[in-house]
Design a protein around this ligand. Structure first.
Ligand SMILES: *Cc1c(COP(=O)(O)O)cnc(C)c1O
Length: 483
């Protein structure tokens, strides 16, 4: 053993840089051995190599050697970092798993934060499905293979009045499968006002092309009438009229879009079918929450649509899924499409969607689905919580740098564009709003705020009340760090 080896083996007084080399993987493993438990050796070696490589790079940059003990701790930390969330709520928050996040943006369905939080019943159902065998594809009466997702489909039929229903892994998949009903080279009529980009760069004309169908554009960007669609249908050959809900943008001014019932009547007269992509697809009356009326799948089916598609994780407020309801013969064709297999949800999602839809059937959606609970939170309650959070920061009155503020929340997730809900929250005046927002994001838990008029604002409508105390702490810590 050389002297420097001894120094390192001793747990390491930092070495003068230059001469220093990282320990070998073998020596690192020997030092960490008692703390590695029964982890798989191959996996340990891969991570040990990463630790050694990182140390080599540090030393190459002229840094002082970290010593064997510090590297062994690093190795164990990296390995335990893969262990997933702690087993109980009470367990140490920092032990692995994704960083806990408080959404104080006031955007209820924040796509970058994973959209809707699942209702508790959906989480329980997914956990049960994940933990053991389930009757997912077994028909209990016959003991033979039964249709997957039948429970979900039955809920959808009951909630929308459809003949049948089908579930995919997201609405983009539901839309692509449905457009495929036009067949190879089949013509698909779409209003120019509905040739939209639905997010993530996915555009309706591309979806139609990829399905092998031919797009027939009708009307103009701002105005399309039933007669425009009838004209294209009269030219012959169109198999499908696609309606796409303008869910993520607003058109105002000199605009006109065709009446759904008129479109369906025209399409059926010419032997075409109507697919109505609602995007958000609310299952309850949005106007009773002070929002605009969002068309429901039930009313579009009643107006003659042959199929209606919508998302599970927008206004339904559950897991990501694509929900299709409508005519039994068409649903049967979707089910038989070989691509349907590539688009089906897994068993945990299936169980969670079923549990979410069951809440609507039992009349508990407004109370149990986090999205609707947040939408329905009374203003007075938000104001009282905001006052308590400001008080708990211990900074109230500190030259009014932390104050209660009247805010506006938005739905987000490509729904209700331009619409806002009144809300209350906290406004913080920091020396730099950007740095304050960054400090909040970097904290544990991470707090995501927004910046308005040079202030960092934290909207309580999107914060779970149980997180209020953690939020107050986070504000105080972040403000102390940036001034
Ligand atoms: C959001 C949206 C989609 C895509 O739904 P995902 O579930 O995100 O795949 C499709 N069409 C419309 C109109 C939408 O608003």
């Amino acid at each position: 053993m050389t002297t420097s080896d001894q120094a390192r083996a001793n747990g390491g007084a930092p070495q003068p840089s230059g001469a220093a080399r990282p320990p070998s993987v073998e020596r690192l493993l020997a030092a960490a051995r008692p703390r590695l438990g029964d982890r798989d050796h191959e996996a340990i070696v891969v991570v040990a190599r990463e630790v050694v490589a990182a140390e080599r790079e540090r030393l190459g940059g002229g840094a002082a050697a970290r010593g064997l003990e510090a590297l062994a701790v690093d190795l164990v930390d990296r390995l335990t970092g893969f262990d997933g969330p702690p087993a109980t709520e009470a367990a140490d928050d920092s032990a692995g798993g994704p960083t806990r996040v408080i959404n104080a943006t006031g955007v209820l369905l924040h796509t970058n934060l994973g959209r809707a939080a699942w209702p508790a019943a959906a989480i329980r159902a997914a956990a049960a499905a994940a933990a053991g065998p389930s009757l997912l594809e077994l028909d209990r009466a016959t003991g033979r293979r039964g249709p997957r997702s039948r429970v979900v489909e039955e809920h959808l039929i009951a909630l929308t009045g459809a003949e049948d229903a089908f579930v995919t892994n997201n609405n983009a998949a539901a839309l692509a499968l449905s457009v495929g009903l036009a067949g190879r080279g089949g013509r698909v009529i779409v209003s120019r006002g509905e040739l939209v980009e639905i997010g993530g760069g996915v555009r309706i004309p591309d979806v139609i092309r990829r399905a092998g169908a031919r797009l027939v554009e009708v009307g103009t960007t701002n105005r399309t009438r039933v007669e425009d669609i009838e004209g294209a249908l009269a030219d012959g050959g169109a198999r499908l009229v696609l309606r796409v809900h303008q869910s993520n943008f607003v058109q105002s001014g000199f605009v006109e879009s065709p009446d759904p019932a008129g479109v369906a009547e025209g399409a059926h007269r010419h032997g075409a079918i109507v697919v109505d992509d609602l995007g958000s697809g609310a299952l309850l009356a949005t106007e009773s929450f002070g929002l605009a009326h969002e068309p429901t799948p039930r009313e579009r089916l009643a107006a003659g649509a042959d199929l209606v598609t919508f998302s599970g994780d927008k206004l339904v407020g559950g897991p990501q899924a694509g929900l299709v309801v409508g005519r039994a013969d068409l649903i049967k064709r979707l089910r038989r499409d070989p691509l349907a297999r590539a688009m089906r949800p897994d068993k945990t999602t299936t169980a969670a969607v079923a549990a979410t839809l069951a809440l609507y059937r039992g009349g508990r959606a407004a109370h149990e689905i986090p999205l609707w609970r947040m939408v329905a939170t009374p203003l007075e309650e938000l104001r009282a919580r905001a006052e308590r959070v400001v008080g708990a920061t211990g900074l109230a009155g500190a030259a009014d740098r932390v104050a209660v503020a009247q805010l506006r929340s938005t739905l987000g997730g490509g729904s209700f564009p331009g619409e806002t809900l009144p809300s209350w929250g906290v406004a913080v005046e920091a020396r730099s709003a950007d740095r304050m927002a960054a400090a909040l994001r970097a904290g544990e838990p991470a707090v995501i705020a927004r910046i308005e008029d040079g202030h960092v604002v934290l909207d309580l409508r999107t914060v779970e009340p149980g997180d209020d105390a953690a939020l107050a702490d986070a504000i105080a810590r972040a403000l102390a760090s940036v001034g």
